[in-house]
Design a protein around this ligand. Sequence first.
Ligand code: PMV
Length: 313
Amino acid sequence: MVSATAPGKVILFGEHAVVYGQPALAAPVMHLRARAVIDETRTADVNLIAPDLGRSAQLSSARATNPLAATVRVVERHFAKSLSDGYSLSVTSAIPIASGLGSGAAISVAVIRALGTYLGRADALTREDVSLLAYEVERLHHGTPSGIDNTVIAYEQPVYFIRRESGNVIKPFAPARPLRLIIGDTGIRSATKDVVGDVRREWQHDPSRYEAIFEACGRLADAGRAALESGDLPEVGRLMDENHEWLVRMMVSSEALDRLVAAARRAGALGAKLSGAGRGGNMIALVTAETEAAVGEALTAAGAVRVYTSDVG
Ligand code: PMV
């Protein structure tokens, strides 16, 4: 038996704008993890099992859209080795799906790591390789992913990220003072691909308005990085608030997200914003030891179906 895990993630600044080449910041959520387990079966074919979803398939007959099959094929190509027989691959995850916490990329990264170990090639897989392979899988589902999800999840470190045709800018960074985030889940599932597609249509309809919004978000990501590196947490919170307002103008927020963001601020959070694709999914609030409990309670009272705490740095 071999197994591997990978964390979830939050986007601190710059979601959506990052698809259009603007900088963004993301951080792993280390204690919410996806896990892949490989057991040898010594039989023909491969069982692909997702017990949480009640799904299973055989690799040989899996649809092209099956994400586990796609991940196996991507790793087969990378190592030029067959992975088509003799084992079962089972994935479980504590990361809620379709909620902006990177569950899909985390499952891909866990599977890639487990398959690397199964082949005895784990040492040959750098975090860059893992990230690029996960990106290939993400592209099958999302169309035009920026690459920030697979990067932060494969690196398991906060990253400053810019999408570039010529090679992405990836700068892991450490905040000067640790951040404590509360993550509030609206419980509403939202497909990243759909929201990214809607933003694309709006951008095509009114490019100058949308480009101004994207640039504003990019400036906030740069300012956020500077504030994080100087340990100015009140400024980080203020910038998060501002980022949320731009996401509202981008039309990717929702009544439920706005309600949770407002509740967190009223309860004393330094700042709050939606995180990820939006429409549903999760929001994040920056808290201190003094405000943490009150913000968590306020989020639950405002309708959050789950509340998590996550430390960055
Ligand atoms: O997968 P999500 O919901 O965390 O969204 C990823 C962030 C986006 O900027 C909306 C999309 C992308 O590819 O960067």
